[in-house]
Design a protein around this ligand. Structure first.
Ligand code: NDP
Length: 244
């Protein structure tokens, strides 16, 4: 059977843990050649050892446009092509607006929003020539904001807005844009929360439901990327069944 991912060149940002790691493994298992980028090089080395196919580890800080350009260039240099960008790197430092540490706001905007924009900017010339795809890991917070998630939600609303503009700009050239919006996924994401109330709330939420696993989101990404070329899966909203 024809395998749409066989031999494709893929770059996954934020692949050292969680959804990015699981997605890199899923796409590698589907025959793609996968470049994995993040700051924790030791994690990436371990990941390449676990990969079923060819995998390239790259030092990447998405908040640095030069680092992003270098990662895209290294992917193309190694694989000779870039067919898919999975824009996944992200941080969630939730908390109320009053009294917030605005350095955390800066970090979220620079990582989740600007970082993913830099990656699209660097990858797009290649994706246009391969008629490739961009997968944007957004969130349910990209559709609904809630108290204590104002800035995180603003970054994910921003990702969704940027993705829709991108889709309109490149769809006629055959580039597909996929927005994935997960609900609660059991990953390291909440371990970076600095607000003790937020940490406790995240723990309670995790204990109260059968959460998604990173592999569930990776399966959604793989589904979107293995549809026939005339099918553009633009958006997947995926929640734990138990999440209201
Ligand atoms: P993790 O914390 O496990 O993964 C986050 C990844 O982002 C890590 O690989 C981390 O790597 C990377 N990252 C963070 N900052 C940077 C940076 N400056 N440059 C490069 N990489 C960076 O969490 P998840 O897997 O849950 O998160 C992945 C994405 O999924 C995020 O965009 C998140 O917003 C989104 N998401 C998660 C949900 C959840 O419930 N977990 C729900 C909805 C969306 P390193 O630190 O090594 O650089």
């Amino acid at each position: 059977m024809n395998n749409p991912l066989e031999g494709k060149g893929v770059l996954v940002t934020g692949a050292s843990s969680g959804i990015g790691r699981a997605t890199a493994l899923a796409l590698s298992g589907a025959g793609a050649r996968v470049a994995v980028g993040a700051r924790r090089a030791d994690r990436l080395r371990a990941l390449t050892g676990d990969a079923p196919g060819e995998m390239l580890a790259l030092d990447l800080d998405v908040t640095d446009p030069e680092s992003v350009r270098d990662a895209v260039a290294a992917t193309v240099a190694r694989f000779g092509t870039l067919d898919v960008l999975v824009n996944n790197a992200g941080v969630m430092l939730s908390g109320p607006i009053l009294g917030a540490d605005t350095a955390e706001w800066t970090r979220m905007v620079e990582t989740n929003l600007l970082g993913s924009m830099y990656a699209v900017h660097a990858a797009l010339p290649h994706l246009l020539s391969t008629r490739g795809a961009v997968v944007q890991i957004s969130s349910t917070s990209g559709r609904t904001a809630s108290a204590a998630s104002g800035v995180y939600a603003a970054t994910k609303f921003g990702v969704n807005a940027f993705s829709e503009a991108l889709r309109q700009e490149v769809t006629a050239q055959g580039v597909r844009v996929v927005v994935i919006e997960p609900g609660f996924v059991a990953t390291e994401l909440t371990s970076h929360l600095t607000d003790p109330t937020m940490r406790a709330a995240a723990r309670d939420m995790a204990d109260s439901m059968r959460t998604l696993q990173a592999e569930d989101v990776a399966a959604a990404v793989r589904y979107a990327l293995t549809q026939p070329e005339h099918v553009a899966v633009n958006e997947i909203l995926i929640r734990p069944t138990d999440q209201t």
